[in-house]
Design a protein around this ligand. Structure first.
Ligand code: ATP
Ligand code: MG
Length: 183
């Protein structure tokens, strides 16, 4: 499984539609300060389900929508799609290519798509958790997070190992069924 392409429109500094292709192996993104390198990582984080505006370096979720520049007026929709190559069936899906899409309107309304078909946020989150790619998984390691891992408390570090070992998804299922039983 590998990241094939990221498609962004109206997300942060990317006003016009932009496709970023990734090859297998290592891809580096280089550019001057403020050119949008971290915004690419934010886009990946966002489509993987990030709900915290702070994690996306904003004050509120609306801040991910292109706010306008000297030469371009602001837009009202941010959309990011992540296209994954699943030839090796690493993701728990029969599709050999999987696309995940998240869309946010300035009105606050959100939409999610799995392989371009409307779905619930939960459908995407479940697929990612099952595959060990959830937003809290260490598929994304941000600046400063390495230090955080090294200096974390043993019980917190255990969560990281459990996540890597694929235990976390069972824990979250257990939690969900316990919650249902209580209802
Ligand atoms: P550095 O090398 O300093 O880390 P970078 O390439 O990572 O820079 P980013 O942080 O990705 O740069 O991009 C910052 C730019 O994105 C800023 O110019 C900021 O104004 C712009 N930006 C962020 N959010 C929005 C938004 N909602 N609308 C328009 N522009 C935005
Ligand atoms: Mg940066």
């Amino acid at each position: 499984m590998h990241l094939k392409r990221l498609e962004v429109t109206g997300f942060k500094s990317f006003a016009a539609p932009l496709d970023i292709d990734f090859n297998e192996g290592i891809t580096s993104i280089v550019g001057p300060n403020g050119s949008g390198k971290s915004n690419v990582a934010d886009g990946i984080r966002w489509v993987l389900g990030e709900q915290s505006a702070k994690q996306l370096r904003g004050a509120k979720m609306e801040d991910v929508i292109f706010a306008g520049s000297d030469s371009r007026k602001r837009v009202n929709i941010a959309e990011v799609s992540l296209i994954l190559d699943n030839e090796d069936e690493y993701m728990m899906s029969d599709f050999s290519e999987i696309s995940l899409t998240r869309r946010l309107y300035r009105t606050g309304e959100s939409e999610y798509f799995l392989n371009r078909k409307p779905c619930r946020r939960k459908d995407i989150v479940d697929l990612l958790v099952d595959s060990g790619l959830g937003k809290d998984a260490y598929s994304m390691i941000g600046q400063g997070e390495v230090d955080q891992i090294l200096s974390s408390k043993p019980e917190d570090r255990r969560t990281i190992f459990e996540d890597a070992a694929g235990v976390l998804k069972y824990k979250s299922r257990k939690y969900e069924s316990e919650k249902k039983l209580q209802e």
